[in-house]
Write a protein that binds this ligand. Structure first.
Ligand SMILES: NC(=O)c1ccc[n+]([C@@H]2O[C@H](COP(=O)([O-])OP(=O)(O)OC[C@H]3O[C@@H](n4cnc5c(N)ncnc54)[C@H](O)[C@@H]3O)[C@@H](O)[C@H]2O)c1
Length: 282
């Protein structure tokens, strides 16, 4: 397939470009920072440097595309002022979806986030209503980044409803290289409060890239498909239920979480995409 990857110069995007190219897809990359994007054999066939809010640029980059993997966005609160983060991320997503539909693209994969639940970057301590945490759990944003992700998902659902396309919104947790994951796991081992907001979830960037490829390739019905994509275990050395009792004592436990099992439900990722994380932390 011909696949446009936005945010192709980012930590996740670079690995996605290589993963798609290795899978036999023809990749076109778009990022407002052009450095570091894999190019040529094993990388992107073309690179467009510019902003996703520039509809004319996105239109050019979409020529001949069958699918889009939309990763571009400011990836956390605090990097730019909140109004800029909210307006920039949501406008970029609307523009990419709008242009994709006009170009006849029927499959879009987006990087959503577990932050959409509202706990990850909240100033106050927010516990989930129940665990395992699945896609039916209410979204309760408390800051600009999570709200922008919720708006992005609403935008994507609108285009699915109106234009009959399929969008897979991959809700990633803390996603990074194995070295960065090991470093964070060491901090969590010292203080399990670290990571408690995200329920100690993580994902190796190679698994995130594979999830993107599978979401491009999977047979998926038209419509909007949000899905949690996380490693099967946690960053913490302690049993998950012990951590939940300590940090989220009010949360209803609807099913056992034996050993160090993730507190997120992984069933939809398996059913929709055939995805299971293959790179557990060392
Ligand atoms: N890394 C994580 O832990 C994590 C977790 C959950 C979700 N996500 C999401 O995954 C996506 C990629 O994250 P990342 O970790 O690779 O971040 P990153 O900052 O490394 O990469 C983002 C890339 O997008 C580009 N970009 C940002 N806004 C743009 C715009 N308007 N137009 C064009 N390019 C733009 C940046 O130049 C950058 O190269 C983001 O949407 C982020 O919110 C990341």
């Amino acid at each position: 397939m011909n696949v446009l990857v936005t945010g192709a110069g980012g930590g996740i995007g670079r690995v996605v470009v290589a993963e798609l190219a290795a899978g036999g897809h023809a990749v076109v990359a778009l990022d407002r920072a052009g450095a570091g994007i894999p190019a040529g054999d094993g990388g992107a066939a073309a690179i467009h440097v510019g902003d996703c809010r520039d509809g004319a640029l996105v239109r050019t980059a979409l020529a001949g595309a069958d699918a889009v993997v939309h990763l571009a966005g400011v990836p956390a609160p605090g990097i730019v002022p909140d109004p800029e983060l909210f307006a920039g991320n949501t406008q970029a997503t609307f523009t990419v979806l709008d242009e994709a539909v006009r170009a006849g693209v029927r499959r879009v994969v987006t990087a959503s986030s577990v932050s959409i639940l509202g706990a990850a970057w909240a100033e106050d301590h927010v516990s989930p209503l129940y665990l395992p945490l699945d896609e039916a759990h209410p979204l309760r944003p408390r800051e600009a980044y999570a709200l922008a992700k919720q708006c992005d998902e609403a935008t994507e659902a609108m285009f699915c409803r109106r234009d009959g396309i399929a969008v897979v919104a991959l809700r990633f947790p803390f996603t990074d290289t194995s070295a960065a994951i090991a470093a964070r796991a060491a901090r969590v081992a010292e203080d399990p409060a670290e990571g408690s907001r995200e329920l100690w979830a993580y994902l190796d960037v190679r698994d995130a890239a594979r999830a993107c490829r599978l979401a491009v390739e999977a047979t998926v019905a038209p419509g909007f498909h949000p899905v949690y994509v996380v490693a099967d275990d946690t960053l913490a050395p302690l049993p998950t239920e012990q951590l939940v009792r300590a940090f989220h004592p009010e949360t209803e436990l609807r099913a056992p979480l034996p050993g160090r099992r993730t507190a997120y439900a992984t069933a939809r990722a398996v059913a929709l995409l055939g995805f299971r994380a293959a790179h557990p932390r060392g």
